[in-house]
Design a protein around this ligand. Structure first.
Ligand code: FEO
Length: 181
């Protein structure tokens, strides 16, 4: 069972994960237009990760008998100055998400909601990895300082990233997460 407060914040977090997906989709589109197909791939994989994060919350609210409330998704920016700008904005956004999850955890603790605390642990661990990945790519981009050859190499590396999360939720999250037969 979810308290009204925890439910409201979970629905808010669901919206933030959807916005995250939208933001990375916008970055993927921008990178594609700039001819940076590897960056476009990386951000599209990130889009899928965020959709998975959103779906996990969606499923959890329903499992707990709560009401999913879908709110309007904010419009993301369409233009970015450079690949470095995109990754700096990605890191800033992920830091915002980390703070948001920390606040949600505080609420779950205050409400003595142990199930939600356990549920949120996965997200909090995931944030450490996300911020670490962003920092690493920012570091690489700062080292090459827009040098075309270096940029090409990073683009190639980011092009090899593959989605390791389910992407088809037509039969629900559990079926999507089940290993393929
Ligand atoms: Fe859903 Fe990028 O954290």
């Amino acid at each position: 069972m979810l308290s009204d407060k925890v439910l409201a914040e979970l629905n808010e977090q669901l919206n933030r994960e959807m916005y995250s997906a939208y933001l990375y989709m916008a970055m993927s589109a921008h990178a594609k237009n700039a001819g940076l197909n590897g960056f476009a791939n990386w951000f599209m994989v990130q889009y899928h990760e965020e959709m998975f994060h959103a779906m996990k919350i969606y499923e959890y609210i329903q499992q707990q008998g709560g009401k999913v409330e879908l709110k309007a998704i904010q419009q993301p920016p369409a233009d970015f100055e450079s690949p470095l700008d995109m990754f700096k904005k990605t890191l800033a956004h992920e830091q915002f998400i980390t703070r948001s999850l920390n606040n949600l955890m505080e609420t779950a603790i205050a409400e003595k909601d142990h199930a939600t605390q356990i549920f949120l642990q996965w997200y909090i661990t995931e944030q450490v990895e996300e911020e670490d990945n962003d920092n690493e790519i920012i570091h690489q981009l700062e080292m090459i300082q827009d040098h075309p050859h270096g940029l090409m190499m990073i683009d190639r590396e980011l092009g090899s990233r593959a989605a390791h999360v389910p992407t088809d939720f037509s039969k629900g999250l559990e079926a999507a997460e089940a290993p393929a037969a």
